[in-house]
Write a new protein. Structure first.
Lengths: 113, 114
């Protein structure tokens, strides 16, 4: 089955700096890659996603890039703010598993004011 | 459009009792997933269901745990004879039938076994 690895597990940045979280996947057929943000004590919420026919997608301060050849995708947050502090999870979905999602282990991001 | 509804939000059970966690998917969603999360840990997949079918239960312990998603009514995650190690947050998520549609999570049920 699909295996998703996520790095780093923890990340601290100064407010205003950029943060980058990277994920790799093993199944080259995976074609959908969502990112979720989970604040303390709350549910994971979708913040951005990318499909395999696109190399990059941007939504205000958040962007995701996908390199299908290398089988990795990354989340980029620019001009970080304290409210960006949360745990971020990446996921990959192979097409031959119904609609099964394989999650990374999460990155705890702390933005220092 | 109401989101994924889970209840109860908090559930306290004594060792040996049964826990029943309920999940109503978003309107129009036919896939339901259950995840377990320990404090400061990731989302551990348990089971994936469609109406009246279990698609993948590879993450669910073979004993004491069961899940269903009947034709009518919510999905139920049932834990029999709970032990302290079952204490965790249990999140339900739902998605549309379309592959490559995102998961939407409920607010979770926090189970405490005393």
């Amino acid at each position: 089955g699909e295996n998703v690895e996520q790095h780093p597990s923890t990340l601290s940045v100064q407010e205003g700096d950029s943060a980058v979280i990277k994920c790799t996947y093993s199944d080259s057929a995976s074609n959908y890659f969502p990112w979720y943000k989970q604040e303390l004590g709350k549910r994971p919420q979708l913040i951005i996603d990318i499909r395999s026919n696109v190399g990059e997608k941007k939504d205000q301060r958040i962007a995701v890039t996908l390199n299908k050849t290398a089988k990795h995708f990354s989340l980029h947050i620019t001009e970080t703010q304290p409210e960006d502090s949360a745990v971020y999870f990446c996921a990959a979905t192979p097409p031959n598993t119904g609609n099964q999602f394989y999650f990374g282990t999460g990155t705890s991001l702390t933005v220092i004011p | 459009n109401a989101g994924v509804m889970q209840n109860p939000r908090h559930l306290v059970r004594r060792r040996g009792q049964e826990a029943r966690l309920r999940c109503s998917p978003m309107k129009g969603h036919s896939h339901v997933y259950w995840y377990r999360q320990l404090p400061e840990e990731g989302l551990k997949f348990m089971v994936y269901l469609q109406k009246e079918n279990i698609i993948d239960e590879s993450g669910m312990p073979k004993e004491r745990f069961s899940a269903e998603f009947p034709k009518e009514g919510p999905s139920i995650l049932r834990i029999q004879q709970v032990v302290r190690g079952d204490s965790a947050a249990y999140f339900c998520a739902s998605s549309q039938r379309d592959r490559r549609s995102p998961l939407h999570f409920g607010n979770g049920t926090r189970l405490t076994v005393t």
